[in-house]
Write a protein that binds this ligand. Structure first.
Ligand SMILES: [Zn+2]
Length: 282
């Protein structure tokens, strides 16, 4: 705890975030931690975002944030220039000019406990949580498995999930028999393809994550795997921002703003028109 009268410095908040989300918990390909910022700069306001994009940078500058805590790395692949006429360079210049530090907790936050998938599971009231892919000797790991308070059909569960998760244009689509009973559920914030086998092995009734693709989804269903719920990527990770905000407010005398700016790339969604109702041009 910092003295309430004294705002923490960027370094103080970075050190606390690093303790909660140790950088060596991240995947080797990932790039986490402080991206830019002046260690000594005082932090009075923090903005939590899933993506550091021009719109969330606008928001950070508008609310007077001194620090952005983001889930996705701004710089994952190497760059040879941050010239202001490049997309990322412009973001970096605006942040530095605005004295806004940028910190990333990505796959290290995915495996933390509590981590990204706990916040997602909490939205669905899942109980008796355990990691979907436990890291041996720890209580951590990506994804979570838990029980629904009441079993329900896949059709009902899809509607329930849509009512509990942040709204997006894409919404939620589900794969499998709509009447199938769902009680044991696996969830994973973000792209969940790589844990399909784990969800099947765990014997869950449904697996909810983002970015599912035609072939893996079809194959797992055909092999008797769980029903699948494909959620917009942003909506699976946005719940975690609330958890970070509550924790930061407990650690430091700072204002924390959670961004509800939907940074999912999909902005239009149309339901298919049944063929008999299609307008057939002569
Ligand atoms: Zn993600």
């Amino acid at each position: 705890m910092t003295d309430a009268a004294e705002p923490p410095a960027v370094l103080d908040v970075v050190n606390a975030l690093d303790r909660r989300y140790p950088r060596d918990w991240a995947e080797s390909w990932d790039r986490v931690g402080l991206v830019l910022g002046d260690f000594a700069h005082p932090v009075t306001r923090v903005l939590c975002v899933v993506d550091c994009v021009p719109e969330t940078v606008d928001q950070a500058l508008a609310v007077g944030a001194d620090l952005i805590v983001a889930h996705h790395p701004l710089l994952l692949k190497p760059v040879s220039s941050i010239a202001p006429d490049t997309y990322k360079g412009r973001i970096i210049h605006r942040l530095i000019r605005g004295d806004v530090a940028l910190y990333v907790a990505h796959t290290n936050a995915d495996v933390a406990n509590p981590g990204v998938s706990d916040a997602l599971a909490a939205r669905l009231d899942l109980k008796d949580l355990r990691p979907l892919v436990p890291i041996s000797g720890t209580d951590r790991g990506p994804g979570r498995i838990g029980e629904l308070v009441e079993p329900m059909s896949l059709h009902a569960f899809t509607g329930f999930a849509a009512s509990r998760l942040p709204a997006t244009t894409a919404g939620i689509r589900a794969a499998g028999d709509p009447t199938r009973t769902i009680q044991l559920v696996a969830v994973c914030g973000g792209a969940g393809d790589s844990f399909l086998a784990d969800a099947k092995r765990a014997g869950v009734d449904a697996y909810l994550c983002a970015d599912l693709r035609h072939h893996p989804a079809s194959e797992y269903l055909a092999e008797g795997g769980p029903a699948l719920l494909d959620v917009a990527h942003w909506a699976t990770e946005r719940p975690w921002l609330d958890d970070v905000a509550v924790w930061l407010r407990g650690e430091f005398a700072v204002d924390v703003v959670v961004s509800d700016l939907d940074t999912d790339p999909w902005t239009v969604h149309a339901r298919s028109t049944p063929d008999e109702k299609k307008e057939i041009l002569p």
